[in-house]
Design a binder for this molecule. Structure first.
Ligand code: SAM
Ligand code: DTB
Ligand code: SF4
Length: 347
């Protein structure tokens, strides 16, 4: 979808937007099940990047304790526990700018992925920048999805991150797509962005070819010591509107109600599920921040009569539609040109 279409949608009266989103949701996701994903930080803190929201950046004096890359067996213990608790996706995050093939740490990650993939859950990793060779090696080791968020619009991104660019992010996403790994790409609300920034993010994401397999919508969890520590909480109705717009513009994707649920009431979460969210991070911890207790989530889902998904190891990365331009462009020429996005593609 293009920006004008998204703006028209977003400005509908709240219940009209919800109705539109619900229709799309029921058409694309008739079973209405919720995906449970468990996160684990396999390498915590000490990151070279300056993402203004992140407790793991070494540039800010945060309260976080850093940790080197976890050993295989420790990761496996967490992965087995995630499987036993009902999660169908295990997502491992590392506080790195990126990874390079041939390094001991990348070899260690490949070993971890090989082990975790024997458990039969979907295996997602988020390791920062990737080249084509690294993406291919991760796929061969058993990674089914790669999380790499664009976080906000190309225009607002330089106000939030200066140590890498939007084009860098797009290039990694292209490499992941080319390796045949599903892309998980979303953003954060609450970064002092405008509504237009939020819709520009959806414009870019919805014009990926293929569209992402999942779209996490995070609400900023303000981290003491970071530049955004004092940012106000996002209006819950704005969050629901964003979920609805994501559902309509990326209809076949899992829309994941991600960070920030500890500050949401059950009623707001119910509205998010109604508007099209069909995935959550499940378990008491995100990467470094708190998440609702598993029992509390199960009780909420039971109260709403929402069933959870079973594992699907057979998921394949969606094929590129050859009638559309491949987006994001391999040469990453977006940042200053995305303003001229056409409905057919983001570049
Ligand atoms: N270093 C890798 C990267 O930047 O892609 C992977 C880890 S990074 C922590 C993964 C994502 O978590 C970020 O892209 C951002 O969307 C989200 N995130 C990080 N800190 C957050 C915060 N304080 N509140 C909400 N979301 C956050
Ligand atoms: C995503 O979009 N959100 C998750 C996951 N992908 C890696 C991370 C949320 C991090 C929240 C802050 C923290 O735990 O430090
Ligand atoms: Fe590093 Fe990722 Fe945090 Fe940015 S979001 S500081 S790249 S861990």
């Amino acid at each position: 979808m293009n920006l004008a279409e998204l703006q028209e949608l977003h400005s509908l009266p709240f219940f009209d937007l919800l109705k539109r989103a619900r229709e799309v949701h029921e058409k694309f996701w008739p079973e209405g099940k919720i995906q449970l994903c468990t996160l684990l930080s396999i390498k915590t803190g000490g990151c070279s990047e300056d993402c203004a929201y992140c407790a793991q950046s070494a540039r800010y004096k945060t309260e976080l304790e850093s940790h080197v890359l976890l050993e295989r067996e420790e990761v496996m213990q967490h992965a087995r526990a995630a499987k036993d608790s009902g999660s169908t996706r295990f997502c491992m995050g590392a506080a790195w700018k990126g990874v390079r093939g041939g390094t001991p740490k990348f070899e260690q990650v490949l070993d971890i992925v090989r082990d975790v993939s024997t458990l039969g859950m979907e295996v997602c990793v988020t390791l920062g920048e990737l080249g084509p060779a690294e993406a291919e090696q991760l796929r061969m080791a058993g990674v089914t999805a790669y999380n790499h968020n664009l976080d906000t619009s190309p225009e607002h991104y330089p106000n939030i991150v200066t140590s890498h660019t939007y084009e860098d992010r797009l290039r990694t996403i292209r490499n992941v797509q080319d390796a045949g790994i599903s892309v998980c790409c979303g953003g954060i609300l609450g970064l002092s962005e405008t509504i237009t920034d939020r819709l520009r993010l959806l414009e870019v994401i919805s014009n990926f070819n293929p569209q992402p397999e999942s779209v996490p919508i995070n609400s900023l969890m303000p981290m003491p010591g970071t530049p955004l520590a004092e940012n106000p909480q996002v209006d819950p109705f704005d969050l629901v509107r964003m979920i609805a717009c994501a559902r309509i513009s990326v209809p076949g994707a899992k829309v994941r109600l991600s960070a920030g649920r500890t500050r949401l009431s059950d009623e707001v979460q119910a509205l998010c599920f109604y508007a099209g969210a069909n995935s959550i991070f499940y378990g008491e911890k995100l990467l470094t921040a708190d998440n609702p207790e598993a029992e509390k989530d199960l009780a909420l889902l039971a109260k709403l009569g929402l069933k959870t998904l079973q594992p699907d190891r057979s998921i394949e990365a969606p094929a590129i539609d050859s009638s559309m331009p491949a987006c994001p462009a391999p040469d990453g020429h977006h940042s200053n040109e995305t303003k001229s996005c056409s409905p057919a593609g983001c570049c």
